[in-house]
Design a protein around this ligand. Structure first.
Ligand code: FDM
Ligand code: MG
Length: 216
């Protein structure tokens, strides 16, 4: 018998949804329990492609919208081997943003040649998560938390369109099956508990089920 594979858990949500905080908390709790955990985030700004993405997001560089979209996808593809190796070695892999962000932030630009389907296509074949935890936050709550940073996409109007695109994307049959919506407008601890419950359930399913990762 080989090693039991780990679960692939993705976090998605708008800026200010508490995504990175909740990711880190989950990682800390699992590790404190002695679990093998690998934490990744996209964009991974440390690779050469990631540095191009970082320059674009910070406004230092311009890119054609299609080109930057493909760079975000390439930035995931360059990490696939590492991701698969960790999963197959039995680690729980927790990912902060994945191809859902890739799709919705680009589609939210409303460029006619870049609809959701086009945006999704370069990511087809990536490892499909066992669950995508979508931290949902209303426009009002997001505004209350305030403090958008300086980066390219941190603007009210675009964020509203991104929110719509996330909900549009949930209609895709695969995405619908994988996405669990968590109301992130509540207190940090309440949100954390709900996430812990979802993750417990998912890890149990993975342990009892098909050992191979599916693909997007
Ligand atoms: N983003 C992130 C994209 O536009 N496409 C992608 O594929 C990914 C992974 O990059 F505005 C956007 C989402 C966000 C910005 O993300 C940087 P972080 O989580 O704030 O670093
Ligand atoms: Mg950000």
């Amino acid at each position: 018998m080989g090693t039991q594979r780990g679960a692939l858990v993705v976090f998605e949500g708008l800026d200010r949804s508490g995504k990175s905080t909740q990711c880190q908390r989950l990682v800390d709790v699992l590790r404190a329990n002695g679990e093998e955990v690998h934490h990744m985030r996209f964009p991974n700004r440390s690779s050469p492609i990631g540095q191009m993405i970082n320059s674009y997001l910070s406004g230092q560089a311009q890119q054609d919208d299609h080109a930057i979209h493909l760079l975000f996808s390439a930035n995931r593809w360059e990490s696939v081997r590492e991701l698969e190796e960790r999963i197959n070695a039995g680690a729980t892999v927790i990912v902060d943003r994945y191809y859902y962000s890739g799709c919705v932030y680009s589609a939210a630009k409303h460029i006619p040649s870049m609809d959701l389907e086009w945006c999704r296509s370069p990511d087809v074949g990536l490892p499909r998560p066992d669950v995508c935890i979508f931290l949902d936050i209303s426009a009002e709550e997001q505004a209350k938390r305030g403090g958008f940073g300086e980066e390219r996409y941190e603007k009210r109007e675009l964020q509203d369109r991104v929110r719509e695109c996330y909900h549009e994307m949930r209609k895709h049959p695969d995405e619908h099956a994988d996405m669990v919506i968590v109301d992130a407008g509540r207190g940090m601890e309440e949100v954390e508990q709900e996430i812990a419950e979802v993750v417990r359930r998912v890890r149990k399913n993975v342990e009892g089920g098909e050992s191979r990762l599916r693909t997007v």
